[in-house]
Design a binder for this molecule. Sequence first.
Ligand SMILES: [Zn+2]
Length: 799
Amino acid sequence: MRYSILLTFALAALAEVPPPESVLGHKPGDDFYLATYDDALGYFRKLAASSNRIKLAQVGKTTQGRDWYIAFISSPENLAQFDHYKDVSRRLAVARGISEAQARALARETKPIIHIDGGLHATEVANAQHTIQLGYDLVTREDEETKAVRDNLITELWFSINPDGQNIVANWYRQNLGTPFEVSPLPVLYQEYVGHDNNRDGYMLNMIESQVITRATLDTQPLVFYTHHQSAPFPGRIYLPPFADPISGNMHPLMLRWLSLIGTSIAQYLDQHGMSGSMHEETFDVWYPGYIDNIGNFRHTISFFTETALYHYATPHFYTVDEFPQTRQDMRAEMFYSSPWRGGWWRLSDACRYMHSASMAVLDMAAKYREQMVYNKYLAARDTIAYFEKEPPFAYVIPREQHDAPTAAVLVEKLMLQGIEVHQSAKPDAWVILMNQPFSGMVKELFEVQNYPELRQRPYDVTGWTLPMQMGIEVHAMTTPLTPEFRAGLERISSVKGLAAPFSRSANASFRAVNEILAGRGTVSFAGDEIGVSNFDKTKLESILAANRLRAVTAAQTGKPVRAARLGLYRPWVASMDEGWTRWIFEQFAFPFTSLYNADIIAGHLRESYDVIVITDAQPRAIMEGHRPGTIPARYAGGISEQGADELRQFVNAGGTLIAFNNASLFAIEQFKLPVENALAGLRPDQFFCSGCLLTVHVEDPKNSLVAGLSSDPVVMFERGPAFDTKSDFKGAVLARYPRERSPLASGYLLHPERIQGKAAALDVNYGKGRVILLGFRPQWRGQSHGTYKFFFNALYLQ
Ligand SMILES: [Zn+2]
């Protein structure tokens, strides 16, 4: 009896698949309404409970600990064979042991997996709203197009790839709705640490979200990876591939061909359905590989993003043509803007409609061309392996004994997370990346020096990122074919084992160990690069060192004991990614610290509680003035103001240390009237241009404790920062300088290097009883430039 009641209930539920509005109380995209991630998940649970065409899977947890689910949508027959189709995807992705004929046969029979997601830039709100309706429609629609999508494909639908952010933004909007602050900017980062930079972590995988996405992507090996964004170049309504030049030279051309085909096919689909304003080939280039929606191309997943127009949140807006740029007011059709948008209302529902159609266009195309696309994925992998069988580099060798070996191990682990095969060689004792593997284009992209082509348009992101340089890691490219003996001595590894580098200040990991020992009340002393430990349990010490891949080298206490500085990190309400990255690094390296908000700085008495205060990259005006009053709820308005600047001067005067990163240096120079000038001030882009490239600096006095452990010529990430000239009354030390006799360019694009040659890159400036440390570059850029962390790590101890 009981069973039959349950059965009846189940059948009734199957018959009634709930539309989103019946669960949420709103249709996704309604004016003034945003669903949180929790709302979306609640809806998808009901959807999955009512249909056998959808399965939910937990992929992991988010940074804030939220359960993270995605949906697979297809026919019940395909979902029943899901493991088989996943297996085929993975086999074709690596191309090994599969003949061309077999590949063609597999391509014919398989049901490829298509990743579509609701984005990771949480203030671009339509991204994660449209996926709710898309999920419902893919499950329930019975038209020929949708049926073909279900029958031929498995849609991997991530309703959001930043669940934390979706909640943060929806709650912020709800709280301000109907007040003068309805469209106010969000005063916090919508990804706990990195906000908008969450889409620039694609190869480095520092954030949990990036790791979860990559792990899941390696598991399903999707054919397409499509991420939605909302920053279309105005007045375009949606920005689509083909993207602007320059593009990476290490991508298989078939990826770029399909990108262009998909982009123009979305535009065609939109015009066919009466949606004008598709735009291509402007603003966004494909040079920096760090985007989570780009990096997959190196694994031969056709990976791309689109940018739909956005006003603010779920608030509608009316546009008139006179708001358009002059050049676009005449509505002239262009090759890559064939159906100009004519202005009028733009609502969240419009953005959702464009996105929904764009997602359907991608699925429609993949359903029609799946066989060819799958076969091309195989071809791209096969070609890559074959190419590096014949062409250099044949391998990259990373010695296990080097200046900062634990950081080299971090690099190796990053590669393994990306699905790159790593071998251990016994002689020499090194990690080896053989290049005749399917995704090795990614390795070359990350390891080689970037030669940016002649400047035609402003680069969208940085121009150079060579990872071994940024991380301060020695890597050798093998440019002659590998001998059979060398290959015979290699063993494939799946983790880094047995590394124990000297416990000295040359290893970044040593700073973590030092902080852990200090937290455990041990005595630590520094003498040059050497580190001594006393008054600490031997077993505990060994376990800390082992966990940090270190071994003790100095038996007794050699130098002066050190204490952890009481550290404050300035946290502005103009949400700062650079602050977030720094906060994350402090946590990763176990530096205890306190976040200092404007009110804390203005309240003063800083010296009583802090020894060191760090201000990360920001323009002086943003630090001083913050958000303009009236544009945001009062508690988030304003900056540190004149009073806060005065409190900081008193703090340093009384013996405190202020560390300023990149453009925050200009704040310190101005407000402290330091005897220092920015040598690059006022230069036009044709007189000096470097929007993000790697430059070599020379460490001036290796005996200075502030530069202990650094290599003698580290490479810094220079991104629109200053370079310093010291005036005659300067007192302090030049910590590092750009070379005088040659261009400092190590990787990327630098126009007029002579303007920066010989200038100081890092200064220790005396001020009262304290000091101001100016770092005219990005010492911890996106958690990548491990090679320059010591420029501020060393200053976080008192001796
Ligand atoms: Zn975006």
